[in-house]
Each structure stands twice: as C-alpha cells, then as structure tokens.
Design a protein around this ligand. Structure first.
Ligand code: UD1
Ligand code: CA
Length: 618
C-alpha cells in the first residue's frame, strides 16, 4: 500500500531557525514514504536510521524544525541502547525510536508545548511543568519526519445514545460524527487512516465514505473495549513502524491543527506514548488522568473504576493518543478486562508502559470544547452547538453579517459570500451556498441549495435542493421543494409552493400558488391562487408556460398543458387545453345579474314574509 508523506508543513508564526540549527534531518525527507517492513530480527541495540545517511553524533542537538524555531533548549543524549522491563525488545530502531526508552524521573511529564496554531499552554494547569527556562532532560531527537498513520475507533455500541443507529453516523453540523474525525485526520496530513468498524459496520463505513485510498477499514468482531478495538487493526498495520495517532470516533469538534501540533509534541517528547488531556469543570464520564507527585502521568482511571478521590481529578483523557507502533501492539496485548465494565481498555496501556519503565507524555489542551466526546444526546447537542458557533465565527471573519450568531445554525460545509446578512434563527444546512450581498430572513431553513448574489429570502421560507439565481425575492413563507430552479430576478411570494419547477428570468408568482412539474418562461406573471393540477392520482404531468404569459388569479392549469408565448388567461379559469400564442383563454361560466333580487328575495325580505305568516324572530 502506497504511503504518502505529508507535504504541507504546519504553518509557523515565528521565523525559521538560523541555518546552522537546521540539520538535514530537520527538513522533511523527500523520499516518498512507505511502510517500512522489518526484515530478519537484528540484535538489540542496533540502530538503523533508515532515512538518514549518517547517525547523529552523540550529543548533537537535533530538533524538529518547529521546536528549534521556538528556540527551545535541548541537550541530546546519546542513543539509548535498549529498553528495560518486559516490553518488546527493540530490534531495529529508527532515528527517533532509538532514543525513546528513557525513564529518567522528571523526564518529560505533561508538558504543554507551544504547537502550531492551537496548542497553547493551559492557563493555570497545575502539575505540568513548563518547558520554558528548563532544559529538556530527555532529548528531542525527532530529527526527521516520520510516517504518521491515524486509527479511528468507530466500532462501539454507543449505548448511551439510546439509538437504533450507530452513534458514529449521527449528523453533527452536516456531517456524520465519524467523518469529522476522519476528515480532521486527513487534513492533519495523515498518510493513511484506518477506521475500526464493528457495530453497524456498513453504515459507519458509508458514513466515512468509501473509495479514498488513504482510508482503510478494520473490523472489530465483538465490542470488547477500546483496547480490543485497537488490536483489531493490527493486521492493517503490519510492519508499520511509524507513529499512530489513535482517535476515538466520537470527537466531532477536533481541529486538524490540534492533531498536527499533538503529533509534533509526541515526536519531541521521545515517549512511546503521548496523551492529549484537558482540564474540565465537570469531568463526569471521562477517564481521569492520574499523575505522580512529580507530575508524570501514571495511569488513567475510568469513571466506573475510580475511587471518590480519583473522581475529583478534573484532568481528563480526551481519547486522543499518539503511539509509536513498535510500543503499541505487544504491550496492549497484556491489558486485561479486569475492570468494572469488563472491557479491554486502551487506557490501560499507560500503566503497562509505565510499569515497563517508559515515560508517557501528556499534552494538556486548553480548549475543552474541541475534545468533547459525544456519548449521549446532550453531548451531541453540545457538539453541534460548538461547531455551529465556530462556523459562525469563521463566516463573520470572512465578511458575513450574522445578526445573532448564537441562533445561527450553519453546517460546516455551507459557503456564504461577503456582505450577506443572516437574520436571527436561520438554518443553513448541508451543501448550501449563498452568494454575496444576499439577505436570509429570520426563521428560514435552506438545505442543499444555491442562492445567488443579492437575492433576498424573506422570513420563514423552507428551501431544499433548489437553485435560486441572482437578485430574486423569495417569501415570506415560501416553500421551495426539490428541483426548483429559479433564474435571476424571479419573485416567489408568500404561500407559494414550488416543486420540480423552473422559472426563467423576471417571472413572478407572488401569492398563494402551487407550481409543480412546471416550466415557466421569461417575464411570465402567475396570478394569485394559480394551481398546476399536475397529478391525476397515478402520474405526474407537466405544465409549460412560455415567455410573457399572463395567468389571471385563481386559475387551475390541468396538466399536461401548454400556454404559448404571450397568451392571456382570464382569472378564475380552468385550463384543460393548450392555449395558442397571444390568445385569450377564459373558461368561467357567464355572469348572471338579476336587478332588485336582494330587495325582493334577500334574507330581510324573507324575514318580513315570515312575520306576516305569524313567525317570530329573535
Ligand atoms: C473513552 C476512554 C476515556 C476517555 C473518553 C474520552 C477508554 C477505556 N476510555 O471512554 O478514558 O475519557 O473515551 O472521550 O478508552 N469503541 C470501539 N470498540 C469498542 C468500544 C469502543 O470501537 O469495543 C469506540 C467507540 O465507537 C468510540 C470510542 O471507541 O468511538 C470510545 O468509546 P466510548 O465507549 O465512547 O468510550 P468512553 O466511555 O467515552
Ligand atoms: Ca466516548
């Protein structure tokens, strides 16, 4: 399987480091990446730096460019000969890996690194020593780019949603939940992403989308826990020796920049495993991150297994891990389901590695909203809200006026041009695109539709799968159903419903009308109360109204029927036959007038007559 090395380097705000600090290895390798297969086992402590021509000199300072750019201090240790404990024997180690085994106390616990874009130190995050002003004890020998693959866990039962469908396929701001995670991984430059599916596997696969070569699937045959889910993907990653970014599938608000920064943090940490954590006011339901007195991560305790004291910890495991593939599979196989949920926890890997003498690094992420896990409907609503809020902020940044961002429900894929105004309470869904200088009135819902520049959609319109041209005026209270296609300067007024209907430039249907399966030419006027009778109970038929036709009010057009160019339909007509160009068609009964009829036969006259007959009135 072809592995592409990511091309784009994360944007950096600060200047590049001086040339002498940049080593060859600090630049991204040009060689196309691929999964490196182990050949015959070699003796421990043999260090193979496959992508670098010469091994670094002991003590050389080699930093990832991004760290060097920030001027972080580093003292580099000589490559470590091997691991201790009962972890897997380090046979072939490549560059970064070779220096990883370190268990010097106070190595690199819980650092908050200044990552690209969004990784910032959590204010007041106690326990995590700052990097500033203190040399890293363990070297960042992450001198060259390594492959990174992602694994997304999406096989779970999602019981807390109480749903017929997998929680991972629930829509969050216009995309299935799991797709947000897979898209974030892709956007973060993952060479490959393996999605672990199991429960309702076909639906989840479909939600992820098939046909992208960078995405593969692994199958977890029974939902025995997150650790088991990871192990189910081992066969998909046989021989892969780079880092694996492991992500829970229920984190729809994740940003690619956060993942990029986290991977860099992991590489710099030199630890075999890194966690992304957050400090939250209400940690209920999450695994708690336990630390030693010196601040190192010691283990993760799940809510169900935690003591009251452990539960009081507000630092949570976010379900985002970066693991060196070579320190993942074998240690994880030692995890046991001896816990409250009788599951194999991925989180047990922390304690297993620690017992083997490894360090587990932790990055504290300052934005808890971004790493919100969705387990129930309340969290689903919170995630949807978070994404809508973020979308509104981005649109305002791009010149869209949003009168009340708190009530703007705008899906992540919606596009809106500058100078468009959104009134409070609009819903813009799916693949909707709105041009420049448009106005979308309050209470309007538009799904998968295109709205042209300068068009006004007045309040309370419902529009789906339609195309509206420039300079149109729609609503209030209009219903544009699928396959409505309006050219420029069209007016569709209140209580007008359209379906599979095209209206060419300058045509109007201003009031109380149904236009279904209709083709309307330019500058036609459709009077109030016009109805296309398009359905005979069996099939749908078309109405064709050519350019410049005038349809009088309260007309029924019984399809199939064609009104040719410039014809005029008298109000109140029922049109059943084609009308020739420039003709008048009228089909109402002739009017009858009877002089003084009311005086002689109207209600009052009748009352008088009754009294005369001895009747009564009250
Ligand atoms: C998990 C973590 C917890 C963390 C939280 C963050 C474990 C044991 N706990 O708990 O420490 O705070 O996420 O949100 O990992 N899955 C499978 N197969 C399974 C079980 C789960 O693929 O057998 C998938 C789920 O579909 C889901 C993800 O793994 O996408 C996490 O599972 P979930 O049940 O939501 O774990 P939490 O209880 O939230
Ligand atoms: Ca979860």
């Amino acid at each position: 399987m072809g592995m592409k090395r990511r091309k784009a380097r994360p944007r950096r705000k600060k200047a590049r480091p001086p040339a002498r600090r940049r080593t060859r290895a600090a630049r991204p390798a040009r060689k196309p990446a691929r999964i490196r297969r182990r050949t015959a086992p070699r003796p421990a402590a043999v260090v193979v730096t496959s992508l670098r021509p010469a091994a670094p000199k002991p003590g050389a300072v080699i930093l990832p460019a991004s760290l060097a750019a920030r001027g972080l201090p580093a003292g580099v240790r000589p490559l470590h000969p091997g691991m201790q404990g009962n972890g897997p024997a380090p046979t072939i180690r490549t560059g970064l890996n070779a220096s990883r085994p370190s268990h010097a106390p106070g190595g690199l616990p819980g650092k908050t690194l200044q990552g690209p874009g969004s990784l910032r130190a959590a204010p007041g995050a106690g326990g995590a020593a700052s990097l500033a002003g203190r040399p890293m004890r363990r070297p960042a020998v992450a001198a060259r780019r390594r492959d990174v693959c992602a694994m997304v866990l999406a096989a779970g039962l999602g019981k807390r949603m109480l749903s017929e469908s997998s929680k991972l396929v629930h829509a969050v701001a216009g995309r299935p939940m799991v797709r947000h995670v897979v898209d974030a991984a892709k956007a973060a430059g993952m060479a490959r992403t393996v999605v672990v599916v199991g429960n309702q596997a076909d639906d989840v696969r479909r939600a992820v989308g098939e046909g992208d070569k960078r995405i593969g699937f692994a199958y977890q045959n029974a939902q025995l826990g997150t650790g088991h889910a990871v192990l189910s993907a081992e066969t998909q990653l046989v021989g892969y020796e780079g880092d694996i970014l492991i992500l829970n599938g229920d984190l729809p608000a994740l940003r690619p920049d956060t993942l990029k920064g986290f991977v860099e943090f992991h590489r710099a940490s030199g630890a075999p495993l890194s966690l992304l954590t957050a400090v939250v006011p209400d940690p209920k339901g999450y695994g708690r991150v336990m630390r030693t007195y010196s601040g190192d991560v010691s283990r993760i305790v799940e809510e169900a297994d935690a003591t009251a004291e452990e539960r009081a910890t507000r630092e949570i495991n976010c379900g985002i891990y970066c693991s060196d593939a070579q320190w993942l599979w074998d240690p994880l196989k030692r995890a046991r389901a001896d816990n409250a949920q009788k599951e194999i926890y991925l989180t047990d890997l922390v304690e297993i590695l620690r017992r083997d003498g490894h360090k587990v690094a932790a990055y504290r992420h300052p934005d808890a909203e971004e790493v919100l896990g969705v387990n129930d409907r309340r969290e689903l609503a919170a995630a949807v809200r978070a994404l809508h809020r973020r979308k509104a902020a981005a649109l305002m940044q791009d010149g869209v006026t949003i009168l009340d961002p708190e009530t703007a429900y705008i899906d992540v894929d919606v596009k809106i041009g500058p100078d468009t105004i959104l009134e409070p309470g609009v819903m813009l869904l799916g693949a909707t695109e709105i041009g420049r200088g448009a106005v979308i009135g309050t209470g309007t819902r538009i799904a998968d539709s295109i709205v042209g520049d300068g068009t006004s959609v007045l309040p309370y319109c419902v529009i789906a799968q339609s195309k509206i041209g420039r300079g149109c005026r729609i609503g209030p209270f209009a219903h544009l159903r699928p396959e409505t296609h309006l050219d420029e300067d069209v007016r569709v007024g209140n209580f007008v419903e359209t379906k599979k209907t095209r209206m060419a430039a300058g045509s109007k249907a201003n009031h109380l009308t149904y236009l279904g399966d209709a083709e309307i030419g330019r500058k036609a006027n459709i009077g109030a109360g016009t109805i296309t009778c398009n359905y005979d109970g069996v099939s749908k038929m078309r109405t064709i109204i050519e350019d410049d036709v005038f349809v009088g009010s309260d007309t029924q057009l019984v399809a199939p029927v064609r009104i040719r160019k410039g014809a005029f339909i008298g109000a109140g007509s029922t049109i059943t036959k084609d009308v020739p160009a420039h003709a008048l068609a009228i089909s109402r009964a002739e009017q009858v007038v009877k002089e003084d009829w009311v005086k002689r036969f109207g209600p009052k006259a009748r009352q008088k007559g009754d009294k005369g007959k001895g009747g009564h009135s009250d």
